[in-house]
Design a binder for this molecule. Structure first.
Ligand code: UDX
Length: 439
């Protein structure tokens, strides 16, 4: 199949490269010529484990190319995927569809012969209908079928998630599109990943419902963690105990500082807005959004309490800035809110993150960025672990103890058993555990 991927961001790039790896011929298109120039030179705009090798391999074997020219490749394509950004619209939280509609207009003028146009971007229910309307308006003679094919990959595990998905969801209205999509995903369902065919609006809603459910699951365990602290229970054991029930499942039950990233915050908000517009509010998700927001501030207060409350003019070390490990993505990272609240309380921050510091620097211009955890700990009255990077799983506490002004370790990801850290003379504060909590 000849595939064109419009938008070389996270989803577009990973999907494009993986389709090429399945044997399809893929052209990735982006308006940003700096990005395309870098990709052509083998430099990736994002950090994703394994992606650079996969790009290099498929460029070498001629199945993958990059260009800023949309019209040429679209005219030749069997399927054109739209994988452009759908950020939150300023002011009202609705998904901003400007880029999706602009891409549709351009595609409309370039298609030749029957072409399947696939929405891979996360878009609100009804966007497929609107894209179809744009095609009718811009180019009435174009023979296109618009399909919704949401992507469920996670950053940091994107290639595995794409190649071994729990399911592939395809929403279509035209039988011919079903055949093309079946052909495109053949290597995956041969691998026994179920292909779920449905109508377009249902597919669009599945994506939002999935993300909202996961965000709610995390928020649920976060609230249970707070309760565990009050009643002297251990949230990790609770998660284990409930997760063993197949109906609940053990994943996404890690209590932490609140969810972040490019999807959950934006998609939960967009679902809330869509539901309100249709006079069918999703109150569980409204509560999820509010609880997650207040949690980040509560985390800052927890760190301050762990320091005894007197923090003005003192230094706190932060380990981990990205919204989760194995990515350089700082979008909606809980660390941003937590650090801002600490700065507002007069704290000086020394921070270290393995991949996120380039993105973080302009977002946090007043903090000190350090070369490693030990440099970050210098003179600190507490070390706060915010993102669970593997390299923070075996910290040298004896060495950290030599650096800090006060041995306090606030573990917002429950990476360590508290006994281990206390053995090194640190006071330990975790999340929802039976370790002593600050009052
Ligand atoms: C998410 C969805 O998982 C994916 O299916 C969708 O396509 C895009 O959004 P991603 O944003 O890459 O993927 O990250 P994910 O691993 O889902 O984590 C999101 C946030 O939730 C992170 O801040 C993470 O730290 C947090 N999280 C996740 C928890 O706090 N606890 C958990 O148990 C799981």
């Amino acid at each position: 199949m000849r595939i064109v991927m419009i938008g070389s961001g996270y989803v577009g790039l990973v999907s494009g490269v993986c389709f090429a790896d399945f044997g399809h011929s893929v052209t990735c298109v982006d308006k940003d010529d700096t990005k395309i120039g870098a990709l052509k030179a083998g430099r990736l705009p994002i950090y994703e484990p394994g992606l650079d090798e996969l790009v290099a391999k498929n460029v070498r074997n001629g199945r993958l190319s990059f260009t800023t020219d949309l019209a040429g490749p679209v005219g030749e394509a069997d399927a054109v995927f739209i994988a452009v950004g759908t950020p939150s619209r300023r002011g009202d939280g609705h998904a901003d569809l400007t880029f999706v509609y602009a891409a549709a207009r351009e595609i409309a003028h370039a298609v030749r012969g029957f072409t399947v146009v696939v929405d891979k971007s996360t878009v609100p229910v009804g966007t497929g209908d609107e894209v179809e309307r744009i095609f009718r308006e811009e180019s009435p003679q174009a023979d296109v079928a618009v399909v919704s094919n949401p992507e469920f990959l996670r950053e940091g595990a994107a290639i595995t998630d794409f190649k071994r998905p729990d399911r592939i969801v395809v929403g279509f209205e035209d039988e011919r599109a079903r055949d093309v999509m079946t052909e495109i995903y053949r290597p995956l369902y041969l691998n026994s990943s179920p292909l779920i065919f449905t109508d377009r609006r249902t597919a669009e809603l599945i994506k939002y419902a999935a993300n909202a459910f996961l965000a709610m699951k995390i928020t649920f365990i976060n609230e249970i963690a707070d309760l565990c602290e009050r009643v002297g229970a251990d949230v990790q054991q609770v998660a284990r105990g409930i997760g063993a029930d197949n109906r609940i499942g053990s994943k996404f039950l890690h209590a932490g500082p609140g969810y972040g990233g490019s999807c959950f915050p934006k998609d939960t908000l967009a679902l809330v807005k869509t539901a309100q517009d249709h006079d069918s509010p999703v109150r569980l998700i409204e509560a999820t959004v509010a609880i997650n927001e207040s949690r980040k501030h509560a985390m800052a207060r927890r760190i301050i309490r762990a320091c005894g409350g007197e923090v003005r003019g003192r230094t706190i070390a932060v380990l981990g800035l990205t919204f989760k490990p194995n990515t350089d993505d700082m979008r909606e990272a809980p660390s941003l809110t937590i650090i801002q609240a600490l700065l507002d309380a007069g704290v000086m921050i020394r921070a270290y993150d393995p991949e996120g510091m380039e993105q973080a620097k302009p977002m946090l211009p007043t903090i000190t960025f350090c070369a490693d955890p030990y440099e970050a700990a210098r003179g600190a009255i507490a070390i706060a672990l915010i993102t669970e990077w593997d390299e923070f799983r075996a910290l040298d506490f004896a060495r950290l103890a030599e650096q800090v002004a006060d041995p306090v370790f606030v573990d917002l990801r429950n990476v360590y058993p508290h006994e281990e850290i206390e053995r090194h003379g640190f006071r330990y504060v975790g999340i929802g555990r039976r370790s002593p909590q600050p009052n």
